[in-house]
Design a protein around this ligand. Structure first.
Ligand code: AMP
Length: 569
């Protein structure tokens, strides 16, 4: 008997997973599938991405669905759009032979109208991110009355991202459910609280950590404000002469823009992204492979499948949303017994991600300061001098020039020759870094020690955001206007066309809301909203007076950033 069949799965599902190349169930699948197939048992699975957890809940769900009932019977809630799409794709693949089961992915950033239309046609399984789901509930575009199974995937990540109220709301809106299946990589008290409040004697299953940590990789991170990202990247490149690396960005636009800026300053860099033709890609890759290109800058999609030997550094221009992606990125270095370094430029609000990464990779991440201009110059200087001393003199007929050279430099000291060589090579460089700013966040040192003491999670609420480049805005909209946190967030982001990353904590009250926001983006947010109308009321938005450090915040987890030709060979 096939091992999946032995777990109780029907023939169609067994056929689908066999075609996907699954031969034996993973540990979480073995433990979860028989329990979940009962349909009525609450379940808590402590499992990370990569353990096969999607199939662990996806397969039993598909078996439990009654195709003749065209309404949502299962609801899967997950933190990010990427995960939402990934789960949907996996479920599509699992249901290849199970007929007439329909799935819809609902997530922000895509047309809500289209999603509403698809829901209206009648779907059995809805995979959703919390914000969009609540928006749809509020618009009465989704009926959760007949949902029997609620899956919370990456519950800890959802809570980290400030979706606690939203999860509560969803659970309160699925009153006729028969079971909740919760998956989480970690089990902090907030996740336990969900289980305590909503689940009945859940069956708990833990699967071991995958050994994804590559001991050859040194993970380092640098905390800077959003506006210094590019400058920090430049410094890290300059501080590591000889680097042969890949820089990862989240967007094509970033990859393109950064490569153009760096190339203009004389760096050997090219971007790899989806807009390139196959021929262009091959050309870039050819140059990179043969080390005629020092740096490659790429999006994750474009870099898929790239396997190049001897990469010394991977740089995350921004941390990815999906922690699994980090492992893929960093795995480009430290191959075949060599050592490698993975550098991440991150915002102070992303430090919680570093903590999750430490858990997932089972590796220590080292926080380092972005080198100062002086340090960069010194490093470059000695790198050059080392190269000078290692220059191969065996081929040129240098002796023949020596008598003339000795005569020419008779009155010049050794020190002066060295200085002149250095000046020739470094004047531009020294000038660039002459008045270089300190890119490190002033409070980062204090914070680091607190992070270490507290394990990094609790102290997020104690962080004085004003010092960190945040400001707080007041707006006269609140729950009385029908907002939930997610729909409010969606509203202000849609209106201002800003990204979620610029926001900090959202304090939604009945009558008003306080929004923490990166200083740089505050003006745009106010301009986009202040004076506009919402439900016939004039919106007032302005910078809130006073500091942010309200006593009530203490300890509360956050609810919610030429000459420079390189000498690398
Ligand atoms: P997940 O943890 O759900 O993200 O799954 C991680 C990866 O493992 C996915 O690419 C799955 O397709 C794959 N996978 C899941 N279950 C199995 C299995 N039993 N055998 C082989 N591969 C699997």
């Amino acid at each position: 008997m096939n091992a999946f069949e032995a777990l109780g799965l029907n023939e169609q599902l067994v056929r689908a997973v066999t075609e996907l190349g699954f031969e034996t169930p993973t540990s979480i699948q073995e433990k979860a599938i028989p329990v979940l197939l009962s349909g009525t048992t609450d379940f808590m699975g402590l499992a990370q991405t990569g353990t096969g957890k999607t199939a662990a809940f996806g397969l039993p769900l598909l078996q439990l669905i009654d195709p003749s009932q065209r309404h949502p019977q299962a609801l899967i809630v997950c933190p990010t759009r990427e995960l939402c799409l990934q789960i949907t794709n996996d479920i599509e693949a699992f249901k290849k032979h199970s007929r007439n089961i329909y799935t819809e992915a609902v997530y922000g950033g895509a047309s809500i109208m289209m999603q509403m239309r698809n829901l209206k046609k009648g779907v059995h399984i809805v995979v959703a991110t919390p914000g969009r789901l609540i928006d749809l509930i509020e618009r009465k575009a989704i009926d959760l009355q007949k949902v029997k199974y609620v899956v919370l995937d990456e519950a800890d990540e959802m809570l980290n991202m400030g979706f606690r109220d939203d999860i509560d709301f969803v659970l309160k809106n699925t009153i006729n459910r028969e079971s909740i299946w919760l998956f989480s990589a970690t089990m902090p008290p907030e996740v336990r609280a969900i289980s305590k409040n909503y689940m009945e004697s859940p069956k708990e299953v833990t699967v071991g950590k995958r050994n994804s940590g590559n001991v050859n990789i040194d993970h380092q991170y640098f905390v800077v404000s959003a506006q210094y990202r590019y400058e920090a990247l430049k410094r890290l490149i300059d501080f590591n002469p000889g680097m042969y690396g890949i820089i990862f960005t989240r967007t094509k636009a970033d990859a393109q823009e950064i490569s153009e800026r760096l190339a203009k300053s004389g760096y050997e860099i090219e971007a790899l992204h989806g807009d390139l033709s196959q021929q262009q890609r091959d050309k870039v890759m050819g140059r990179f492979r043969t080390k005629n290109l020092q740096l490659l800058i790429a999006t994750d999609v474009a870099a898929r499948g790239i396997d190049v030997d001897g990469i010394t550094h991977v740089i995350n221009y921004e941390l990815p949303d999906d922690m699994e992606v980090y492992t893929h990125r960093s795995g480009r270095t430290g191959r075949a017994g060599k050592t490698g370094v993975c550098l991440s430029i991150c915002h102070s609000r992303e430090i919680y991600k570093i903590r999750s990464l430490e858990k997932i990779t089972n590796a220590k991440f080292h926080k380092l300061d972005v080198p100062s201009g002086k340090e960069v110059c010194r490093k470059q200087f000695f790198h050059f001098m080392d190269k000078l001393m290692q220059a191969d003199l065996s081929h040129g007929d240098y002796e023949t020039y020596l008598p003339d050279l000795i005569e020419k430099f008779e009155t010049v000291s050794k020190e002066e020759v060295l200085q002149r060589v250095a000046a020739l090579e470094f004047n531009h460089f020294l000038k660039y870094y002459e008045n270089a700013e300190d890119l490190n966040r002033p409070e980062s040192r204090d914070r680091r020690s607190t992070m270490q003491e507290t394990g990094g999670r609790r102290d997020r609420g104690q962080f004085n955001r004003r010092d960190s480049g945040y400001t707080r805005l007041f707006i006269n909209l609140g729950t009385k206007d029908g907002f939930y946190k997610a729909s409010f967030l969606q509203f202000i982001l849609d209106e201002s066309d800003l990204k979620k990353e610029v926001l900090g904590k959202i304090d939604l009250r009945e009558m008003n809301t306080w929004v923490e926001i990166d200083m740089d983006s505050a003006g745009r947010m106010i301009k986009s909203l202040d004076g506009k109308r919402y439900n016939n009321r004039i919106i007032r938005m302005n910078e809130a007076d006073g500091g942010f450090k309200r006593p009530s915040d203490e300890g509360r987890p956050r609810q919610y950033g030429s000459r420079e030709k390189r000498n690398f060979r």
